[in-house]
Design a protein around this ligand. Structure first.
Ligand code: Z5A
Length: 206
């Protein structure tokens, strides 16, 4: 069976990183070669762009700059890592991908969705995740989890609740429009209950 491309999405603190390890282990135990990666990032250059994007700035970054940097990192990621891995029959799990741009830069920052689609058409040349998990939970719950983790706050995490409410709504709209690919997971459940749900969905793919 050909390798699949799986992406994980959600607002901050939804538990993506926590469950990514579980998904990787599930697939490896099924005998799949698996690469785990993230956006923005995933390549040397992409990680440098990530640092530009996440480091708080003294003056706000222009929204178009933010959008273009996301796609610059993604172009590198797709060409240098994702496509070669899939061609080599290696499954790819990415912590965020293009749905994040529609949600954050589209829903959150208010950039026209068509403009984002144009960049996606150009950059991805047809690449689309086979399966996307959207980890959904109330914004305040995600923020409390991030605070409890007690790491530094990045440029996005400085935003207010309203910004993340718009992002959450955008993810849910996208899931409703493409239910075959995008599976919404109730991320307020326990880690174990989420894993039971993930297993039953992944089982259909392997
Ligand atoms: N961004 C963008 O704007 N446009 C784009 O196109 C892309 C990205 C690709 C970097 O993302 C930022 O880039 C992101 C969007 C933007 N900013 N934000 N916000 P990131 O993925 O690196 O950063 P993040 O979303 O902030 O990740 P995160 O805060 O690490 O969230 P997470 O990975 O979903 O959560 P976690 O680390 O797995 O869990 C958080 C804590 O909760 C941790 O202590 C866990 O132990 C705990 N946890 C996890 N699951 C549970 C459950 N079920 N119950 C209780 N506690 C739990």
């Amino acid at each position: 069976m050909t390798a699949k491309f799986i992406t994980i999405e959600g607002i901050e603190g939804a538990g993506k990183s926590t469950q990514l390890t579980f998904i990787e282990r599930f697939l490896s135990e099924k005998g799949k070669d698996v690469t785990v990666t993230r956006e923005p990032g995933g390549t040397d250059l992409g990680e440098q762009i990530r640092s530009l994007l996440l480091t708080p700035t003294s003056t706000p970054m222009a929204v178009d700059t933010e959008l273009l940097l996301m796609f610059a990192a993604r172009a590198e990621h797709v060409q240098q890592l994702i496509k070669p891995a899939l061609a080599n029959n290696t499954w790819v799990i990415s912590d965020r991908f293009t749905d994040a741009t529609f949600a954050y830069q589209g829903g959150g920052r208010g950039i026209d969705q068509q403009r984002i689609s144009q960049l996606a058409d150009w950059t991805l040349s047809g690449l689309k995740p086979d399966l996307t998990f959207v980890f959904d939970l109330p914004v305040e719950m995600g923020q409390q989890r991030v605070l409890k983790r007690n790491q530094g706050i990045d440029r996005f995490e400085q935003e207010k609740v309203d910004f993340f409410e718009k992002i959450r709504a955008c993810y849910l709209d996208r899931a409703e429009a493409d239910p075959k690919r995008i599976k919404v997971i109730d991320a307020s459940q326990s880690i174990e209950d989420i894993q039971i749900q993930l297993s039953s969905i992944l089982q259909l793919l392997v």
